[in-house]
Design a protein around this ligand. Structure first.
Ligand code: SAH
Ligand code: SF4
Length: 365
């Protein structure tokens, strides 16, 4: 297969078969990678421009009823001291997000589905919505819930939701999770989100032990089939107090390769899905200080700077060496703006930054 031919076809929007996707994900030479990222960047410019959408990320609680084998805050990790932010603390972070002009907020936490939690989120969303007459777009990332819960939170004012499938291959999914974490239930939850009216985001971890290029090709087809509006994905990073981290402690020890794998997946996703929002995630930044900027140059258009109180950051370690646990939101804002400007991009201040794909599929603007 000839790289120029495949990329030219991809940029032109021609159909990419599985062989072409695998070929692109398998690239390794610096010049080839550069060509791939350049092509993805051209497609990004055409569909979403060079304006970065920011979401203030607030990690509101590390309490989780699940026990995913890879995650540092899994319920089985007794070393974690658990916290939940108060409503007032969350609202404070939301007001800060509005003041910064970030336009949108993301509330993320471990998974809980007890009535007290569902009520707490509903009321919190409502109060965030009331800030400055609805200035902030609200994204939730709170795991699997019932259709009814998703509907309540949507009615309260949330309009985007991130729920990664983690891996779209049921067998591989089963290797990453205990038996009662069911793949088909996660897929069903993604359907509920769509039914409830959200802009739906999903994604996977990249560079997991045992993951192959075929798995990733399957993931890309899954995104396509689900017709998702947003993608949030990033490299897998080891946390040693987890079953996966203990069994494969060396995974991703070549940070450059792990970073490269994440960037390639972003680029190929952009070539394939065109007008979706794609996040350049913190996990990229964990592998290189400029990892998120590299993500933007490979086709991503969303960054989620942490705006939560520093006091809680060290309690939300999904993986080790997570960046930003000692930089406050204000100084992060200044350095992020500088970094984005330096690569020739601009921040879209005070916009919700909705997915153009959602507008296209629903006929809204
Ligand atoms: N509990 C919710 C949201 C918080 S976890 C949920 O699981 O949907 C958010 C994401 O963190 C997960 O979707 C997973 O993809 C990612 N994550 C967890 N452990 C990780 C690790 N070790 N390396 C990289 N990403 C990880
Ligand atoms: Fe809980 Fe999410 Fe971590 Fe799984 S990935 S253990 S659901 S916080």
């Amino acid at each position: 297969m000839k790289l120029e031919t495949v990329l030219a076809a991809a940029v032109a929007g021609e159909r990419l078969d599985d062989g072409a996707l695998a070929f692109l994900l398998g690239l390794g030479e610096p010049a080839e990678l550069e060509a791939l990222f350049r092509a993805a960047y051209a497609v990004k410019l055409r569909y979403v421009g060079n304006r970065v959408r920011l979401r203030g990320l607030v990690e509101i609680s590390n309490i989780c009823r699940k026990n995913c084998y890879y995650c540092g805050i899994r319920s089985g990790n007794g070393k974690v001291s658990r916290f939940t932010m108060s409503r007032e603390e969350i609202l404070e972070a939301a007001r800060l997000t509005a003041r910064f002009g970030y336009g949108s907020i993301v509330l993320q936490a471990g998974e809980r589905n007890d009535p007290a939690w569902i009520d707490f989120i509903e009321e919190t969303v409502r109060q965030i919505k009331a800030i400055d007459g609805g200035r902030l777009g609200i994204t939730l990332s709170l795991g699997e819930q019932t259709l009814e819960t998703y509907r309540r939170w949507f009615a309260a004012g949330a309009h985007r939701y991130l729920l990664r499938i983690e891996s779209s291959d049921p067998e591989f999914y089963a290797r990453l999770h205990p038996a009662d974490h069911r793949y088909d239930e996660r897929v069903a939850a993604l359907g509920f989100l769509r039914e409830a009216g959200y802009q739906v985001g999903t994604g996977v971890m990249i560079g997991l032990p045992g993951q192959t290029v075929s798995h990733l090709v399957r993931d890309l087809r899954f995104f396509q089939k689900l017709d998702v509006d947003m993608i949030g994905m990033g490299p897998y990073l080891v946390h040693h107090d987890t079953p996966l981290g203990r069994e494969f402690p060396e995974t991703g020890s070549d940070a450059n390769r792990q970073l490269e794998a994440g960037l390639k997946m972003i680029a190929v996703t952009r070539l394939l899905l065109r007008n979706v929002n794609i996040a350049s995630t913190t996990a990229l930044q964990a592998l290189a200080p400029d990892g998120r900027e590299l993500g933007l140059l490979a086709g991503a258009n969303v960054i989620m700077p942490n705006v939560g109180d520093l006091a809680y950051r060290k309690g939300y370690l999904l993986y080790e060496n997570k960046p930003g646990t000692d930089e406050n939101a204000d100084s992060a804002r200044v350095s992020l703006e500088r970094a984005i400007t330096a690569i020739g991009e601009r921040i879209a201040y005070d916009e919700w930054g909705d997915s153009p794909h959602f507008a296209a599929r629903t006929g809204s603007r």
